[in-house]
Ligand binder design. Structure first.
Ligand code: ZN
Length: 216
């Protein structure tokens, strides 16, 4: 009887009761293939294995407890992952800006440019006035549209393009009846910006310009 046999003999009652670890189970099965003594021992145990009931219950209790904790941990991780994804989606949705639908919000009816007090003014009314002007683009003499922050050749810039943007979420609060406010803002003084030749609404979805004002 080898040293190994002593170890296996200790495992046999657990093996017979099916409560040993996967590793132990493999060790026992591997061993009894080549050890008739232990095999006989195991057969002797059969269903009438003598294990103190208290010990048996404790082992099972511990296994059950471990499984319960694992389940709780997996649940918590899953819930946190789902919450994280939802939060990310919500923040993305709230902060995402998009160009306003020109037809739906009657942009060309509600956005106009006037000239008075030696300056050019932007007038916005209706629903469009609920939003800040998100983008004022500039175009150069080649008609190329430039973002307000882009570097541009001041010799070439000759027009202001206006594009109204709204947050995606604002679409859900669309209420044309309740949108009665309007505002006017100065775009530039005529004497100061002598190279500014036009103001246009720039539909950046269809890449179209709608002229709102041109210098005489
Ligand atoms: Zn053996």
């Amino acid at each position: 009887m080898s040293k190994n046999c002593d170890m296996i003999k200790d495992l046999l009652p657990l093996y017979a009761d099916d409560i040993c670890s996967e590793e132990s189970r493999k060790a026992v099965e591997e061993h009894i293939k080549s050890c008739p003594d232990c095999k006989v021992e195991l057969e002797k145990l059969g269903k009438n294995v003598v294990v103190s009931p208290q010990k048996d219950a404790n082992v099972l209790k511990r296994i059950k407890k471990r499984l319960r904790i694992e389940k709780i941990v997996v649940s918590i991780i899953s819930i946190m992952a789902v919450c994280g994804i939802l939060l990310y989606g919500l923040v993305y949705f709230i902060n995402e800006y998009e160009s306003m639908d020109m037809e739906k919000y009657k942009i060309l009816e509600n956005v106009s440019v006037s000239e008075h007090d030696n300056a050019v003014w932007l007038d916005i009314k209706g629903y469009a006035a609920s939003f800040d002007i998100d983008v004022l683009t500039l175009s150069d003499t080649n008609g190329k549209h430039l973002g307000i922050d882009d570097d541009f050749d001041s010799e070439k810039k000759n027009g202001y393009g206006i594009t109204l943007k709204q947050r995606k979420i604002d679409d859900f609060t669309f209420n044309p009846i309740g949108s009665l406010k309007s505002f006017e803002m100065k775009i530039f003084d005529l004497d100061e910006k002598k190279d500014m030749m036009k103001v246009f609404y720039y539909d950046d979805i269809n890449n179209k310009e709608y002229i709102l004002w041109e210098r005489d």
